[in-house]
Design a protein around this ligand. Sequence first.
Ligand SMILES: [Cu+2]
Length: 193
Amino acid sequence: MALRPLISLALALALALTACAGADDGADVREIGPTDGTGTGTATGTGTGTGTGTGTGTAPAGTEAACNPVNPDLEDRATSTVALSAQDYRYDPAEVEVAAGTITFEVANDGTEPHELAFLPGGGEVPFTADDEPDEEALEEAGAFELEAFGPGQTCSATYELEPGTYTMFCLVENAEGVTHYQLGMEGTLVVS
Ligand SMILES: [Cu+2]
């Protein structure tokens, strides 16, 4: 018996709520005007970047080898600049003539492997040992010098003060089979006059 008034009340409330909902014509719900869509937004981002770089100069086989320029401080007073393209497996051009002085070599690695640019004063063949390995000792004795290997897509420079003479340009980076690029034809001749 006592439930009845409660139910009535609930019904009344429900009806009232329904009435309210029904009475809403939506007039004050939307204010979509022409200004809509022109939003001004400000985005502030804070980024923190931490980078750790490790470089070892003894990874000629890695394609990531980074450029390590030679004598960049001399570049400002270079008397000649020689642009070279290092490819798999040749230099372009392979024959270079330049006047003696301070010479900057701008070497672009356009290949898919790391390449270096080494010079053998006096020209001629690059010495190899009986085991078919580059003869480092003989190269050192001959005064060979080099722009260390760097990876594809990079351009690296080396500046030297060179006296007149002939120099063999060569690359001793090894391919996957352990054969030097020099043996694959990556050599050239530099004539300094
Ligand atoms: Cu090479």
